[in-house]
Design a protein around this ligand. Structure first.
Ligand code: LLP
Length: 434
């Protein structure tokens, strides 16, 4: 599932000793495995090999230039949500001609940039947005290709903050309103109806909600193909990953060790469930996976500052914090935490793993069973490749963490750690305070 393994006592990413990376570039630092990303990409492509497939990597999960370039080299297009993300793809030396532009509040400037860059399609979330796209395309003298995001009102059974396909969520056009929205789009002078889109939520671990949504929106897609000659059906992203890693439990594979009914979706199961529904449509199928492609391909390296033995609890204070990886604080997300140097002769330690930020929420794990570690030792927060560095902030005036990409025995710093000077570069003291 990923390329992080203990070779001897030391945790490696592919053939690279992670302690060497930590010593060379400092901590906190994100490290990614190019091989894991490629394997994930190829495995997913293979699972839906029976259809005309395009994988649009959801850049919001990880938009580091080197990562975008790696996916472009693998043949991926992108699911983009801002002008900034479009510019990142271009800056990575790729193009957006196969990519889609989603989001409920695209500005006129963003629409213009997308049209000028030759975007494959806009994923439209409302009728006012459609009117705006028509207007901007008219100004540029082009036709804008669109797909309407249909909200199938399906419960994805995922965390409330990352579910999107229910009628009370802000996303998409209700299924019932979709035919009228398409009729309106088809009448607009500068709009070309190109597809239909859905996305029900993130970290899906069961196929049932997806099947239900694909069946529902698939029926609409078939009608739209007849009526408007649409080319594609995008079924969104959302394939979940395993956050409880085998590295910590010592099991050969955590996934295989789970009871069958609790195993998360594998690409093979995903493909097997969806292929019979998608094949008969005869449409190009777009996927928008983010987490599945990069989640397990990245870790966040951190250094132990102190072990603080409190009255009620032990606190392992590390140099990474909620500003570097917000998922535990924001979603109560579980991330495995393992030492870079494993020593089975050491005692066990039960501790809260916390960062140095002045908030109780700055906690990566509660009462976690760990190997005893001391000041200066390194640890890895696993499964940090998706929604990790992209959600990092400068809270407490902590610069954004560095990033390293590994491929085989090669590794390079692909994002330098942000300096204090860079952090304050846009700020100034106003004249009236001088
Ligand atoms: N397509 C659309 C329209 C989306 O809104 C998203 C994610 C994706 C694709 C990619 O979903 P994925 O395959 O990565 O699940 N920050 C949260 C996740 C937010 C997801 C937002 N939309 C987290 O850390 O869990």
């Amino acid at each position: 599932m990923h390329h992080f393994r203990y070779a001897g006592s030391n945790l490696h990413c592919e053939s690279v000793d992670l302690a060497e990376v930590a010593r060379l570039y400092g901590t906190p630092t994100y490290v990614y495995s190019a091989a894991t990303m490629a394997d994930n990409y190829n495995r997913l492509a293979q699972s839906l090999a029976g259809v005309d497939l395009r994988i649009c990597f959801a850049a919001k999960a990880n938009s580091t230039l080197a990562v975008l370039r790696h996916f472009a080299n693998l043949g991926a297009a992108f699911d983009l949500v801002s002008g900034g993300e479009i510019r990142r793809v271009l800056a990575a030396g790729a193009d957006v001609r196969g990519s889609v532009f989603a989001g409920i509040g695209k500005t006129e400037a963003e629409l213009e940039l997308a049209l000028q860059s030759g975007i494959y399609s806009f994923h439209v979330e409302s009728e006012p947005e459609l009117a705006r796209i028509n207007h901007v395309a008219g100004r540029l003298g082009v036709k804008a290709p669109v797909a309407i995001r249909v909200n199938p009102d399906v419960d994805a059974h995922t965390h409330a903050k990352i579910t999107t396909g229910k009628s009370y969520n802000k996303f998409g056009v209700p299924l019932k309103a979709a035919p009228a929205a398409y009729e309106a789009a088809a009448k607009m002078k500068n709009i070309q109806v190109r597809g239909v889109q859905m996305h029900i939520g993130a970290q899906l671990t069961a196929a049932a909600p997806l099947i239900e949504a694909v069946e529902t929106v698939g029926a609409l897609a078939a009608e739209l193909k007849t009526q408007y000659g649409i080319q594609y059906f995008s079924i969104g992203g959302g394939i979940g990953i395993v956050y409880r890693d085998a590295l910590a439990s010592g099991a050969a594979s955590w996934w295989e060790a789970q009871p069958a009914d609790q195993r998360p979706l594998t690409p093979e199961a995903y493909g097997a469930a969806l292929l019979p529904l998608l094949q008969p449509l005869g449409l190009k199928i777009l996927l928008e996976p983010g987490r599945y492609l990069v989640g397990n391909a990245g870790v966040l390296l951190t250094r132990v500052e102190h072990l603080k033995r409190g009255a009620a609890k032990n606190f392992l204070v590390v140099d990474a914090a909620m500003n570097d990886l917000i998922r535990p604080a924001m979603y109560d997300a579980y991330h495995e935490i393992v030492p870079l140097h494993r020593d089975t002769t050491r005692r066990a330690l039960v501790a809260d793993v916390v960062g140095p930020i002045c908030e109780s929420g700055d906690c990566f794990a509660h009462d976690r069973q760990l190997q005893e570690v001391g000041e200066g030792e390194f640890m890895a927060l696993m499964s940090g490749g998706a929604y990790g560095r992209v959600m990092a902030s400068r809270y407490n005036t902590r610069g954004l963490p560095a990033e390293v990409l590994v491929q085989g025995s090669a590794f390079e710093l692909v994002t330098a750690r942000e300096t204090f000077e860079q952090m304050i570069a846009g700020e100034k003291i106003p004249a009236f305070l001088k």
